[in-house]
Design a protein around this ligand. Structure first.
Ligand code: NAP
Length: 676
């Protein structure tokens, strides 16, 4: 194969490697086949271009437009995965490994596309939380809003996930409305470059939304300001070096760090050999040691098992490891491929030597193992290595040294408190798994180890059929961890989008809040429409459009009829004395559900029209008991509109129910689907 020039994509142009380029070797053959990096790359121009072109184009769109863009992009990439799999073999990854990386990245983008449509507004301002009442009469209110930063997200990624690492950050960044400059790790940047080529060729993103730096970043980080974000994934050492730069600290540039972590798995005290949980732990440990040849930030590095079961766990894990075929990643029979580079292999061996000062190697000899279909001396192959540390209380390196390869250490614990103490010695981790069928064990670990972990993964016989795996960060759930893991957090649905937006506290009158947020706030102007709002098409309805209904008396007969018709003969509606003994009621009162039904009867326009369906109620509160003889009336106001399809959209109506004294007796948000 001809030498591969891995280019950067800067200000709309592909820039070939030049002075200062680094060589890249094939993980399987050791042959240098590519180079990347160019000292002459104009990073200042890239930064300007991202802000001037990408940022303004993305911010002109709303969240839903950007979510649709992500869906189109994910669909486009999904149809072109094969080319990426082929290239990915050169990183040492098997097809199964590549699926974690490539399909996992595309899947993450699909999830953000869907969350953007379902959980974010069809507009440009994201409202964070409810309106806060800041004054007695409601003429001065508060609300938190989030708007996209005006800068650039600089994504610096680790070598082990050249595609997922890029897409899991790009999806929330673009959804927020912020352009990105992606800097993949040099060792596997050729796979990222191929994916960026597909992104550019798709023409789906606006110009300047994504740029790529292969090789060094020059002085890019020294240009960033409060509108930019650095999102770093890699080793704790590099994270420390970059985040402690004087420029970044002086300018309080946001720095999200996902770094290495001494993740752990605990076999619950209830899980003896012979239980499904015991087998499950063995399976999870084996998978985490061998998938991506152990080069996963979330891989299980430390395994804590009841002291009585240490030997049984070592035997069962070793048994599985012995059956694991190591070899050329493209072979179907291969279960574990190569590490990414000779340098990475050297690093793992050095770290294993450090661990060996406190632990004994009980499986895997780096000097004697079989490699199928490749030259083990030339490629960056290693066998899985299982260690046993007999005295974890006095060990230090076991809890702080990450061998970023197929390496794990088994340790015994006396009781659950001991296990929690040991697991927390990692000093903050991305994930700990607990294999237990006992909810009390789970609760104790959640309380004892939760503050030290970004994710706790519980698994047992009930969930194992559908569980997603200890090592898989999911776009719906936060990924990150305290302390050693970097103190950062990514993904977690809309939470992950927030890293690229500024949260601003807004204070003002109801009209001001309605104007900014695009959602009607009680107290804001009520708009009088030309006709009943149920007769008005989705596109014509205005935010704030309101009707006030006439009154309806609630009689004792109504209450009794409703009680017998529905079967809801709860004493508060049927028995005066019993109701009066209740601290909330003066005597018999109307059912809340009766009031809701009467409210609908008051505001509904019965003829066929643009309202297609009632899809729900939210935030329902009953505030004042309604006694027989009371008169109720309704105010119905268009609170929010969200396009769903070309044919219809969702309307949220603010409904308030008042009595003859104008006291609020109930309040809720009604959801309907309305035709255009
Ligand atoms: P690394 O050596 O720390 O490198 C990480 C990234 O930083 C690479 O893109 C690297 O580029 C870049 N970099 C290094 N020095 C830089 C500088 N002065 N300026 C700008 N960029 C710089 O880590 P790695 O070897 O790629 O990845 C393995 C580590 O990542 C492991 O420790 C693993 O635990 C961790 N990891 C963590 C997560 C997580 O989500 N928490 C995920 C995956 C991996 P070059 O390659 O060009 O040097």
């Amino acid at each position: 194969m001809a030498h591969l020039d891995v280019k950067s994509f800067a200000h709309g142009e592909w820039i070939a490697p030049g002075a200062g380029a680094r060589h890249i070797a094939d993980a399987v053959t050791g042959e240098v086949f590519a180079s990347a990096g160019n000292d002459a790359l104009d990073v200042a121009a890239m930064w300007d271009y991202a802000r001037a072109r990408g940022g303004s184009a993305l911010r002109a769109m709303g969240f839903h437009d950007r979510a649709k863009m992500l869906k189109a992009l994910a669909t486009y990439l999904n149809e072109r995965k094969e080319a990426l799999y082929q290239l990915s073999y050169r990183t040492g990854a098997t097809l199964a490994d590549s699926k974690i990386d490539i399909d996992g990245g595309i899947g993450t983008m699909f999830v953000f596309a869907s969350k953007g449509r379902r959980e974010m507004p069809d507009g440009q301002v994201y409202l964070d939380g409810e309106v806060e009442q800041l004054s007695r009469n409601g003429s001065f209110l508060g609300q938190h809003i989030c708007t996209p930063l005006h800068g650039v997200a600089v994504h610096i990624n680790a070598f082990n996930f050249p595609v997922w690492g890029m897409l899991e950050k790009l999806a929330p960044t673009l959804l927020a409305g912020v352009p990105a400059i992606v800097k993949p790790a040099t060792a596997s940047c050729y796979v990222t470059e191929a994916c960026v080529r597909q992104i550019v060729e798709s023409g789906i993103l606006p110009e300047g939304a994504v740029q790529l730096v292969t090789g060094g970043t020059g002085d890019l980080l020294d240009r960033l300001d409060c509108q930019d974000v650095v999102s770093f994934t890699g080793s704790a050492e590099t994270a420390f070096k970059l985040r402690s730069s004087e420029h970044l600290m002086r300018n309080a540039v946001r720095f999200v760090a996902e770094q290495d972590s001494l993740n752990a798995s605990i076999l619950g005290p209830d899980a003896a050999p012979g239980t499904p949980e015991f087998d499950l732990l063995v399976k999870e440990v084996h998978r985490e040691m061998t998938a991506k040849a152990g080069q996963k930030c979330t891989a299980i590095r430390r395994v804590f098992v009841p002291e009585a079961h240490v030997d049984a766990v070592i035997a069962a894990v070793s048994d599985r490891l012995a059956k694991t075929v190591i070899g050329a990643p493209a072979l179907e029979t291969t279960r574990m491929g190569a590490l990414v580079s000779a340098a990475q292999k050297r690093d793992v061996l050095e770290k294993v030597a450090v661990l060996a000062t406190e632990a004994e190697r009980v499986f895997g000899d780096p000097d004697a193992f079989d490699v199928t279909g490749a030259d083990g001396a030339k490629g960056a192959f290693l066998p899985p290595m299982l260690l046993h540390c007999a005295n974890p209380d006095n060990a230090a390196r076991i809890h702080d040294t990450e061998a970023f390869g197929p390496v794990s250490t088994i340790m015994g614990y006396r009781d659950l408190d001991h296990a929690i103490d040991l697991v927390n010695k990692g000093g903050g981790s991305l994930v700990a798994s607990v294999i237990t069928h006992d909810p009390d064990v789970a609760r104790e670990v959640a309380l004892g180890a939760g503050p030290f972990h970004g994710r706790l993964y519980f698994n047992n016989r009930d969930s194992m059929g559908e569980s997603t795996g200890h090592g898989s960060p999911l776009p719906h759930m936060v990924h990150g961890g305290p302390g050693r893991a970097g103190g950062g957090e990514e993904m977690g649905g809309v939470r992950g989008v927030m890293h690229y937006m500024q949260r601003t506290a807004i204070q003002g009158s109801p009209d001001i809040l309605t104007g900014i947020g695009g959602i009607w706030v009680p107290g804001a102007v009520e708009v009088e429409g030309p006709a009943h709002p149920f007769t008005r098409a989705f596109g014509d309805l205005e935010i704030g459009e309101t009707i006030h209904t006439g009154e309806r008396e609630v009689t004792l007969e109504d209450i009794e009829t409703f009680a017998h018709f529905t079967g809801d003969t709860f004493y508060a509606h049927m028995d005066h004395d019993a109701a009066a003994r209740n601290p909330f009621f003066p005597g018999r009162v109307a059912h809340g559900y009766l009031l809701l039904s009467f409210a609908a009867g008051l505001f509904v326009e019965p003829d066929e029209g643009p309202v297609l369906a009632n899809t729900g109620l939210e935030s329902l509160r009953f505030l004042k008991p309604v006694e027989p003889g009371a008169k109720v009336k309704v105010r119905l106001t268009v609170k929010k509109k969200t396009r769903r399809t070309e044919a219809y959209g969702e309307v949220r109506w603010h409904v308030s129910l008042t009595d003859q004294e104008d006291d609020l007796v109930g309040e809720y948000v009604l959801l309907t689907m309305n035709a255009y």
